[in-house]
Write a protein that binds this ligand. Structure first.
Ligand code: MG
Length: 247
């Protein structure tokens, strides 16, 4: 069941997205060599609470923190802990906010200090793959037009997309229908309608697309331990085109 949202519901999600934007500004200022992951998590949680929101991930299926912080080969769902950031790493920060009955969800990947040209390219391609997907979030397109745009851009640059984790509808639940894969042929799946709100979230690997979950039960890493990046925005399909609610 796909729940389409009214313009007023979309505005609530957008106002929650504004909190996420602040969270990423905070993260961007904090991220440097020597900072502990947990310090970033605490600063973000503080800001969400200050804005009257609830960190959506905390307690979700038992997740222990407000944010997912995933370093290097960690794809998603990394648990913020006392480990410190090191020069040349990349740090994925995924945050969800719940307020006024609705969720918003977004992720950014940041470099720590100077990263290699290949890693710079990984960040750029992942960010741009998200843009390619968003551009297809248009009334009358099919859902997998988004999927295909993401995957073809990524593979065209020599990287791979994660296939076992996907984007999702979002609204009164953090994960709603439809699933939004980052791969597959175009022109399939539901026709996009005004009021559809989805989280589009390419996870892009330098090496192969296979991933596995560590013994902590959460952290997803690339099977070949090569680097992975993640960018995500919550996007509404509107009659005026895609509206990005988390920037
Ligand atoms: Mg998500």
């Amino acid at each position: 069941m796909i729940y389409l949202k009214s313009p007023s519901e979309i505005e609530i999600i957008r106002s929650n997205g504004a909190i996420l934007k602040e969270c990423f500004e905070i993260a961007g200022k904090l991220i440097r060599v020597g900072v502990k992951r947990v310090e970033i998590d605490r600063a973000i949680e503080e800001r969400i609470l200050k804005r009257g929101g609830k960190p959506a991930f905390k307690g979700f299926h038992g997740f222990p923190a407000a944010t997912c912080i995933s370093i290097n080969e960690e794809v998603v769902h990394g648990i913020p802990d006392d480990r410190v950031l090191e020069e040349g790493q990349i740090v994925g920060i995924d945050v969800g906010v719940y307020r006024d009955g609705y969720y918003a969800d977004a992720a950014r990947t940041f470099p720590v200090g100077e990263v290699s040209p290949q890693v710079k390219k990984l960040l750029k391609v992942t960010r741009e793959a998200l843009e390619k997907g968003i551009a297809k979030a248009v009334v009358g397109n099919n859902l997998t037009d988004i999927s295909h745009a993401v995957e073809s851009y990524v593979t065209g640059h020599g990287f791979s997309v994660v296939k076992t984790l996907v984007g999702h509808g979002i609204g009164q639940q953090m994960h709603e229908q439809p699933q939004v894969p980052n791969f597959g042929p175009p022109a399939q799946g539901p026709v996009l309608e005004e009021g559809l709100v989805i989280a589009i979230e390419p996870m892009v690997n330098i090496g192969g697309s296979d991933v596995l979950t560590l013994d902590d039960g959460w952290t997803v890493v690339t099977a070949d331990r090569k680097l992975s990046a993640h960018f995500e925005d919550t996007v509404a399909v509107t009659k005026n085109g895609p509206a990005i609610l988390t920037r």
